[in-house]
Ligand binder design. Structure first.
Ligand code: BGP
Length: 477
């Protein structure tokens, strides 16, 4: 029988971005620097001062979203634009920017879906007490979140709290500005995550308190982890990896406590966060309404000997296949490795659409809460042709297979609310600057040359427009 790819009528179709990756205007209209304005000055990255210039061109960008047929847009609010020093005095121009953006979206029939935090801790708080490393960050985040949720609450139904705690733990020095003296202490990353769990739970409580009918959840970077073989040892390693890399985060959001096996492993290895009395009560009070997933690829695990060197995931800095710097190894628990059965993009990220059906089913069975996709896409080198076209069949192929994978999960009974591919337009990649592009809309600049920042529609734009117009029904096997 032919599969029907028509999605439920209420399904929201959109795309995603984050503040420091698109906005630019890093120190304009009262905004002060965030840690990303410092971190992205490093060689190999692109400084965030202009990015895609969305701050100045958001009306033109929203017009393109409307033309694409989007009914939801996932973006993030820059904490340092609202409170330039993290707490204290509010910045009226920053507050107005997000009012204008949200109003423009609403006027065009697009549901605004803001993320409260996407890697961009205000620098003042990093200088004051080392940012998320210090528990004072939780109270300051509450101050910021309370303001933002009350201010925009009447216009915003869906709230996303913190972007990708799991990836922040993996790539802690890239996602947070970590002072030198902490670099030899791997426990710190789990402490940062604990503070974020508290901030997440507080945000959930605030949405429930301040936004009638509001719904809230975290956006987690999530990859299923398969065993390297059917050997029981590999299956056990995969279970260990799923516990520490995935359920360690999501169990807190829905059960209000850390995954037992993962926490026990961290405790035995001196890595567990310091948990204060009452913290898990707060987790339970701040339970999520849904889970948002950022899905790009899947992982594979095998056995790690007790004596193996501990390391976190590496990344491929060159965009030439086969140059992944290394895989996470947790001695005596698991070690990740490249899955030989899957193709990859140029940065060695596996391409695994069935992995998306797999996690949607698994997470729905585990927690019974609605799910949505807040990121999914393929980073690639794109070429602007002399006639202004961009031919990106690899992106169409990737997205088509993943959209079908979502529908397969829906057909199994999973409740999926929305799909936001990454990204609406080209933006600064967190690891590879402007070389690695994700958007439906091409932004005419490179890492070193700002050119004219003009927007061009890629082939994938016209393809996605048809998918949205037909609510998925145009897709066929
Ligand atoms: C996620 C982040 C995004 C985004 C994406 C692609 O981890 O939430 O901010 O950038 O990954 O990753 P990259 O930019 O490194 O290619």
């Amino acid at each position: 029988m032919k599969t029907d790819y028509k999605f439920p009528e209420s399904f929201l179709w959109g795309a995603a971005t984050s503040a420091y990756q698109v906005e630019g205007a890093a120190e304009e209209d009262g905004k002060k620097k965030s840690q990303q304005d410092i971190l992205n000055i490093k060689p190999g990255l692109t400084d965030a001062s202009v990015a895609s210039d969305h701050y100045h061109r958001f009306r033109e960008d929203v017009a393109l979203m409307k033309e694409l047929g989007m009914t939801t847009y996932r973006f993030s609010i820059a904490w340092a634009r609202i409170f330039p020093d993290g707490v204290g005095e509010v910045n009226p121009k920053g507050v107005q920017f997000y009012h204008d953006l949200i109003d423009e979206l609403r006027a065009n029939g697009i549901e605004p879906m803001p993320t409260l935090y996407h890697y961009d801790m205000p620098m003042t708080l990093v200088e004051k007490y080392d940012g998320w490393i210090d528990r004072r960050s939780v109270a300051d985040f509450e101050y910021y979140a309370r303001f933002v949720i009350s201010e925009y609450g009447p216009k915003v139904k869906y709230w996303l709290t913190i972007n990708e705690q799991s990836i922040i733990v993996q790539y802690w020095t890239q996602k947070c500005l970590i002072p030198e003296r902490y670099l030899d202490d791997p426990q710190i990353k789990y402490q940062i995550n604990h503070h974020m769990n508290l901030a997440h739970a507080i945000s959930c409580k605030l949405v429930h308190e301040l936004v009638p009918g509001g719904l809230v959840g975290a956006a987690i970077g999530y990859s299923p982890i398969y065993p390297a073989s059917c050997k029981p040892e590999d299956c056990m390693a995969a279970q260990n990896a799923n516990d520490l890399r995935n359920y360690y985060y999501t169990d807190v959001y829905f059960y209000g406590h850390y995954n037992k096996a993962a926490l026990t492993y961290l405790e035995k290895n001196g890595l567990a966060p310091k948990i204060e009395p009452g913290d898990e009560d707060l987790f339970k009070e701040g339970s999520s309404d849904f889970l948002a997933l950022n899905f790009y690829s899947s992982d594979m695990a095998t056995v790690a000997p007790e004596g193996a060197a501990r390391r976190m995931s590496g990344f491929n800095p060159t965009g030439i296949k086969g140059q992944m710097e290394g895989f996470e190894t947790q001695p005596g628990f698991y070690m990740l490795a490249q899955n030989p059965t899957l193709d990859t993009n140029d940065w060695d990220w596996t391409i695994d659409p069935m992995g998306l059906t797999y996690i949607l089913r698994d997470l729905y069975t585990r927690y019974g809460k609605p799910l949505m996709i807040t990121e999914n896409g393929i980073g690639a080198y794109d070429t602007l042709e002399p006639d202004g076209s961009i031919h990106d069949p690899y992106r169409i192929d990737y997205l088509e297979k993943h959209i079908k994978a979502i529908k397969h999960a829906i057909d199994y009974g999973v409740e999926v609310l929305a799909y936001h591919p990454w990204s609406f337009m080209d933006l600064i990649s967190t690891s590879n600057g402007f070389k690695k592009r994700y958007g439906f809309v091409y932004v005419n600049r490179t890492d070193d040359d700002l050119k004219d920042l003009k927007r061009y529609k890629k082939d994938s734009f016209y393809w996605y427009q048809k998918v949205l117009a037909s609510n998925g029904a145009c897709l066929e096997d």
